[in-house]
Ligand binder design. Structure first.
Ligand code: FAD
Length: 318
């Protein structure tokens, strides 16, 4: 079922959803199930599965020659989504990126998803790879998520890349896209970022999931601004509980979001990461309860591959 239908079916009741990370190669599907199992009691209508590009380094072969060498791989998102749908009978939502994909790769990926009865996809650009400063699309790929959304909606109208292709049936994907209440790091202004968010929606995106935020006012102000710009699709808040002291520096640096002073102060007082984790849980519970009170129909939690803290939050909120 589509995310938009899940929201309508919820009839205003706040629902719980979360995303998981494919584990590093060498682990087994059971490691994913072990993280999902404790969260199924909270009836998530869908589970997102993030997509991670291979990580590589350039090895110097001498004589000015460089060899691209893959150093980090994860099992494929498509297989993980199929396993989740089979085991739990909930919708699995694969993330699909512009980065590392040609248009043909994208089409093949979508054909697999359609075959597996996957109804939703989250369309994202992806970040620059670690060896580059700026995002570089594949030669035959998309530079922005809005172009990726366009390709998916074209497939929904049975428009494949090659018009000579046989057996071209229309797909029926519901497309989600990302948005940033505190502005995407590369955007010159929030207005400009919202301008391009509108383009993703014009091209066919039916719902939005936000980047994590730690101050609900940022989310409420962002939603107000989007609504005043004519954006009417659901804007699902993305929430992440802080879990280690190191994240005090990593999160603002990597995700370009602010941490409220009160949260920083509480974390700095902690003597161990066990205490930090508890502070993170309590902060996220308060955020979630306020969003629930405001009637937000769906909350989305970034589990980052660990579910014990998300379970503690869900127990208090749902
Ligand atoms: P876009 O919408 O393409 O925007 C990128 C930047 O370009 C923005 O600054 C935007 O304002 C600007 N822009 C857009 N269109 C144009 C245009 N036509 N001309 C000029 N500027 C333009 N990353 C992963 O690798 N894997 C994941 O699974 C993943 N999941 C995510 C889930 C969510 C909910 C979110 C919010 C992010 C996720 N990301 C993931 C991170 C995401 O890939 C990065 O934040 C990336 O840098 C931007 O992706 P986007 O889809 O928002 O890009």
């Amino acid at each position: 079922m589509k995310v938009t239908e899940h929201i309508i079916r919820g009839e205003g009741k706040t629902q719980f959803s979360f995303e998981i990370l494919p584990p590093l190669k060498g682990q087994h599907i059971q490691s994913i199930f072990d993280n999902i199992d404790p969260l199924m009691a909270f009836n998530p209508p869908f589970i997102d599965v993030t997509y991670h590009r291979e990580e590589y380094v350039y090895k110097d072969l001498g004589d000015g020659l460089l060899k691209k060498q893959v150093v980090k791989k994860r099992p494929g998102t498509v297989g993980i989504c199929a396993a989740i749908q089979n085991r739990y009978n909930v919708d699995a939502i694969p993330h699909i990126l512009c980065g590392g994909f040609t248009k043909e790769d994208t089409e093949n990926f979508l054909i697999d998803l359609d075959f597996l009865n996957i109804d939703n996809v989250m369309a994202l650009r992806g970040d620059a790879v670690k060896t580059e400063t700026y995002f570089t699309p594949e030669k035959e790929g998309h530079a922005y998520a809005s172009d990726l959304v366009k390709q998916i909606t074209a497939l929904n109208k049975a428009n494949y890349l090659d018009d000579q292709l046989l057996n071209c049936s229309a797909t029926d994907f519901c497309v989600g896209v990302g948005a940033y209440p505190e502005k995407h790091m590369e955007a010159p202004s929030l207005d400009s970022d919202i301008h391009f968010l509108k383009k993703k929606i014009k091209n066919g995106a039916e719902y939005v999931v936000t980047q994590m935020f730690f101050d609900n006012q940022k989310y409420f102000q962002f939603v107000d601004k989007c609504r005043s710009e004519g954006i009417t699709v659901p804007i699902i808040p993305g929430l992440k509980p802080i879990s280690t002291l190191k994240q005090l520096n990593v999160i603002p640096h990597r995700f370009h979001v602010d941490l409220p002073e009160a949260l920083i102060k509480s974390i700095i007082k902690c003597k161990t990461n066990v205490e930090v984790r508890q502070v993170g849980i309590e902060w996220c519970i308060q955020q979630s309860l306020e969003l629930k009170k405001a009637g937000i129909p769906m909350l989305h939690y970034y589990s980052m591959g660990k579910s014990d803290n998300i379970k503690a939050i869900a127990e208090a909120v749902f």
